[in-house]
Design a protein around this ligand. Structure first.
Ligand code: HOZ
Length: 445
């Protein structure tokens, strides 16, 4: 039941293991982002050689049905027709200029057309950059210092946001990060998600001092946790009442839950929106946007400084344009298909868990979901933290051995893409049935 790296009985892992050992000599933990190290699930981190459609192949020639999708952006699957070609065409003309190209306005036009509240947008290189810039802007616009975030939400690794964070921070079970002076987080108020009373209280105590409330409208970073009915409406109402800005971090949900993101799906419009890698078709991109009145405060028009040599780089713009144009012209079929297959998949696995007597629940919104190893319900970080993470680890490894790649943490959302077929869904449910059979009490697989 331990999490040590024992060789899989079912699939070869030698080549991945060898590469991991080599990487560990030069890169902390052998990885360039902590959750890739499989620390909470055990076993050998995968070294990927190729992705196509719904599948990944590793260096040991194992093939997996992929439900990570590069942590969300690959809504069309790996290397979908048109996207690699668009990147290759752009690359032939040069990879980066540190100067403007027409593609930036082309991508801006598509994002703005999908998000009515976004009149202007600034491209950056990651979700982390997007969220920290949006907060700087909110503070400048309101002239206030405090920010509100929610326990279990993760908005990248900027100092002020590493407070009771989800994702890798929750996975590692640490409260924040060393190297962040206490003074840097004193202006961050971390409240329980889905708790309107807690928010009311905070606004009472810090009336006219809170610059913004930043939230993942559907949380993906403590696993998938949707807002309770009318919760987002309450956030909207309370922030308007106090003159604070509401920021939706749609790094995961933008273009994923609907073409217009969670704000379209729930009908609640924030002041600012942050975006991530999906708008770059999986290449390194982030963005933040909102009404001109607020965005015009960003340099060079206004006093809020934010910059980046690679921001709006032509390769990422090309991949983003190709991805979003495809999504826009196939909207109804893509999102309907994602809904149907994701429901089949999640319900099939939960039925199998019930049959096997494994206490579990599932949260799903559209093609974003998590199987939690707790009877549930999971509505916030307190309930998510009740999960049996050891059971999740055993399930994760058993699924991997059967050719299914899930996020290597209980506290990350899984994603289905438009490339996943009914056959993938059936295979995954069959794998889950076998995985549950290996998880009987006392089993060490
Ligand atoms: N930001 C990603 C979603 N939680 C996790 C990926 C990573 O930290 O590498």
């Amino acid at each position: 039941m331990g999490l040590t790296a024992t060789a899989s009985m079912i699939r070869p892992v030698e080549a991945s293991r060898k590469l991991q050992k080599r990487a560990e000599l030069m890169i902390p933990g052998g990885v360039n982002s902590p959750v890739r190290a499989f620390g909470s699930v055990g076993g050998d981190p995968l070294f990927i050689v190729r992705g196509q459609g719904s599948h990944l192949w590793d260096v040991d020639e194992n093939k997996y049905i992929d439900y990570v999708g590069s942590w969300g952006p690959l809504i069309l699957g790996h290397a979908p027709p048109g996207v690699p070609e668009a990147v290759a065409t752009a690359a032939k003309d040069g990879t980066s200029f540190g100067a403007s190209t027409a593609a930036e306005a082309d991508l801006a036009e598509i994002v703005i057309s999908a998000f009515p509240q976004v009149e202007k947008i600034r491209f950056v290189n990651s979700g982390t950059e997007a969220t920290m810039s949006a907060i700087r802007l909110a503070r400048a616009y309101t002239g206030r210092k405090y920010i509100v975030k929610f326990e279990g939400c993760y908005h990248g690794h900027a100092d002020a946001l590493l407070v009771k964070a989800g994702s890798g921070v929750a996975t590692l079970g640490i409260p924040g990060s060393a190297g962040v002076p206490e003074e840097f987080t004193q202006l961050t108020l971390a409240l329980p998600f889905n708790d309107t009373d807690a928010l009311e209280l905070a606004f009472k105590k810090f009336s006219n001092q809170i610059a913004c409330v930043m939230v993942e409208p559907v949380v993906g970073n403590m696993g998938c946790v949707p807002p309770l009915p009318l919760y987002l409406d309450a956030l909207r109402e309370i922030t308007i009442r106090d003159g604070s800005l509401l920021i939706f971090d749609e790094v995961m949900t933008g273009f994923r839950l609907a073409f217009g993101g969670a704000q379209e799906r729930y009908g609640v419009l924030p002041d600012l929106t942050t975006f991530g890698k999906i708008i770059g078709g999986g290449l390194p991109v982030g963005a933040y946007g909102g009404p001109s009145e607020i965005m015009n405060m960003v340099a060079p028009l206004g006093p809020v400084y934010q910059a980046g040599t690679l921001s709006g780089n032509p390769l990422a713009m090309a991949a983003g344009i190709a991805t979003l144009r495809y999504l826009r012209s196939h909207k109804s079929t893509v999102y309907t298909g994602l809904e149907i297959r994701s429901a089949q998949l999640t319900e099939g696995v939960i039925a199998a868990s019930a049959e096997a007597g494994v206490p579990m629940c599932c949260n799903r919104i559209g093609s974003m979901f998590t199987w939690f190893f707790t009877p549930g319900p999971v509505t916030d970080w307190t309930s998510a933290a009740k999960c049996d993470t050891q059971a999740f680890a055993r399930f994760f490894r058993a699924m991997l051995d059967r050719g299914v790649y899930l996020p290597p943490s209980q506290f990350e959302a899984a994603f289905l893409s438009a490339a996943h077929t009914e056959n993938d869904v059936h295979q995954t449910i069959a794998a889950a049935k076998q995985a549950f059979a290996t998880m009987r009490v006392g089993s060490s697989s």
